[in-house]
Write a protein that binds this ligand. Structure first.
Ligand code: ARG
Length: 589
């Protein structure tokens, strides 16, 4: 289904052509003076230059034609040559009725669906999840849902960090605590226990302790390095521990991500890419893509027009060991082989932008990807505290994601118990949904690349541009719909939405028509904040209509059922949109 802007533009273009002007001047946009009109066309100004006449002399005849068109209620030419347009209520209602009958409310899917891999989350095994990983997870989840909604085949990959020196540190830390474990007995040849020799809580204590200890103790640091090396070369006992670490960490990660409504199709790990490294390195050498620089193997990725210094992409260190780069390149090899994607999107802290630029250039230059494979980096900003600095706990430490979620949920719970009449069990349940929505909406309503301030009070407010406000609006519509049923009424199978009978209703309809464009821009710009902006406007328009209209008391059945159909559409669109940003609505709140 065409967007309403396209439909109106078609009419206006035709009028330009009929009056002897080029159709390109007939482009219509949403009015930036909603007090005067709904849409506008500024093409007469540009056309005036081509036709060497005054803009108003072009606007005037076009307007006269449009005035005779029953799709429009009001069309006026304003000095120096603006065309102001308001569509007829029937045209608007027809569009809305069509939307409610079409799949995806008329938002057309991608004509050439793509296979897209989204690399997001990126948690590091054995380290607790912190807020930095939260942004990647919730932004990635939303982008995944949007891409899928548009008809693409999308594969979400958690890309776990399981290969760095942190693994050696954890294993060394464990040995320090429990030196008698059979994994550390080099002469042991039997099977290792199935049960992990630690819980997630212990595991999460080990890493920070070991990391701090290694900074003071060079010997311990060396030991951890040695263990990392042995692990990466298949040491039996360390590999067995590493498998335990993976298992314990992943089941914990799934729990926390589950709370956030985030899920992955793949739980691939950096280590999965390791088998691809030797062949890749050989291929770089054979094709003269790589050269030796101070003992290290590098690929030059500088380009002539660079305005900033782009360092070479290092493939192997002088001691022959692989790096973060190497793993990411080998992961590209693996992904091309397993999924042949048209596009890979990385959702990572924007401080890694230069790094990804280097990796992408290297992948292109060495032809690890096809010429038309898109590699996109979507860098997100930092979540800051009220002091404008990266968010910390009150004690100044890194806040664990679980605790952050709990803080927000507790605050919502407090508000519910204070202001609502709800039993404790339900209040807790509702607080979980609303709390997560508050957190996610607080994040996603910002442009991805921007830093933002974490503000529990604001995020959990039931008023303003917040998750709870959106959910509250949804709950309100649900409750009107159940009242309608309670008074014994039911919508007919194909309910018709009548032309608007008030300004508030007209405004609500206008907002509904913007769904198509909002989704397309969220999709084309990979920008979930576009959806947040849209549902905020839609919720406001709905609430304006709600306060102005006595829906349940209305005696005219036709009018009433038109309104019920209208608000059902609003509800369905809101539900679709919150699903796209990974939020869920409770039944009551
Ligand atoms: N584990 C990394 C980190 O915590 C993020 C991984 C991002 N994805 C990637 N393919 N490099 O910084």
């Amino acid at each position: 289904m065409k967007t309403i802007l396209d439909l109106i533009t078609e009419e206006v273009k035709q009028a330009f052509v009929e009056k002897g002007f080029d159709e390109k001047y007939g482009k219509v946009t949403i009015s930036n003076r909603p007090d005067l009109c709904q849409y506008q066309c500024n093409g007469a100004m540009a056309a005036a230059k081509q036709y060497k006449t005054a803009p108003i002399k072009i606007a005037q005849p076009v307007v006269e034609l449009l005035q005779a068109n029953n799709k429009f209620k009001e069309v006026t030419a304003i000095m120096p040559g603006f065309i102001n347009i308001t569509v007829s209520d029937k045209f608007l209602a027809d569009y809305i009725n069509q939307m409610s009958n079409e799949e995806n409310f008329g938002c057309e899917k991608e004509q050439n669906p793509k296979t897209i891999i989204i690399d997001y989350g990126g948690p590091n095994i054995a380290k607790p999840l912190h807020v930095g990983h939260m942004r990647s997870a919730i932004i990635g989840e939303s982008i995944k849902r949007i891409m899928r909604f548009m008809g693409n085949k999308v594969i979400g990959d958690a890309h776990l960090g399981d290969w760095g020196t942190q693994m050696g540190l954890v294993i060394a830390g464990l040995r320090q605590r429990k030196p008698d474990l059979v994994y550390f007995d080099e002469s042991y040849e039997g099977e290792y226990p199935k049960e992990a020799p630690f819980t997630i809580t212990e595991l999460e204590e080990i890493y920070p302790a070991a990391s701090a200890y290694s900074k003071e103790n060079p010997e311990f640091r060396e030991e951890a390095k040695q263990i990392t090396y042995l692990l990466q070369n298949g040491h039996r006992g360390y590999t067995a521990i590493w498998n335990h670490i993976l298992e314990v960490s992943i089941s914990d990660l799934k729990k926390v991500y589950g709370k956030l409504n985030v899920s992955f199709d793949l739980w691939k790990k950096e280590s999965d890419a390791q088998p691809y490294i030797p062949d890749m390195v050989q291929y770089f050498k054979d094709n003269n893509y790589a050269r030796i620089s101070e003992g290290a193997l590098v690929v030059d990725v500088k380009e002539e027009n660079d305005t900033k210094e782009i360092p070479p992409c290092m493939i192997l260190k002088s001691d022959g060991s692989a790096l973060y780069n190497t793993t990411d390149l080998a992961t590209i090899v693996e992904r091309m082989k397993l999924f042949d994607p048209d596009r890979i999107i990385y959702i990572v802290d924007k401080r890694q932008e230069l790094y990804f630029e280097t990796v992408f250039r290297c992948a292109r230059k060495t032809k690890l990807v096809n010429e038309d494979t898109e590699l996109n980096f979507i860098g997100f900003g930092t979540m800051n505290g009220k002091d404008g600095k990266p968010f910390k706990t009150r004690e100044g430490g890194v806040m664990r994601l679980e605790h952050l979620i709990k803080n927000v949920t507790d605050e919502v719970y407090r508000k519910i118990v204070e202001n609502r009449n709800m039993n404790d069990e339900e209040a807790k349940e509702v607080a979980e949904k609303v709390g997560v929505a508050a957190l996610k909406y607080g994040d996603l309503s910002n442009q991805v690349a921007k830093d933002y301030i974490f503000d529990v009070d604001r995020f959990t407010s039931f008023e303003g541009n917040t998750g709870p406000y959106i959910l509250y609006t949804i709950v309100r519509i649900k409750s009107i719909l159940s009242k309608y049923e309670e008074i014994g009424k039911k919508l007919p199978d194909n309910p018709v939405i009548l032309p608007a009978s008030s300004t508030y209703e007209q405004e609500l309809m206008l907002e509904l028509t913007k769904f198509n464009e909002a989704l397309l821009s969220a999709y084309n710009e990979t920008a979930p904040n576009r959806i947040c902006q849209y549902i905020y406007d839609l919720a406001n328009a709905f609430n304006g209509f709600y306060h102005d209209t006595k829906i349940i008391a209305e005696e005219d059945d036709k009018l009433q059922s038109s309104w019920i159909a209208l608000i059902s559409l609003v509800l369905n669109i809101l539900l679709t949109c919150i699903d796209l940003i990974g939020m869920e609505a409770p039944e009551r709140m």
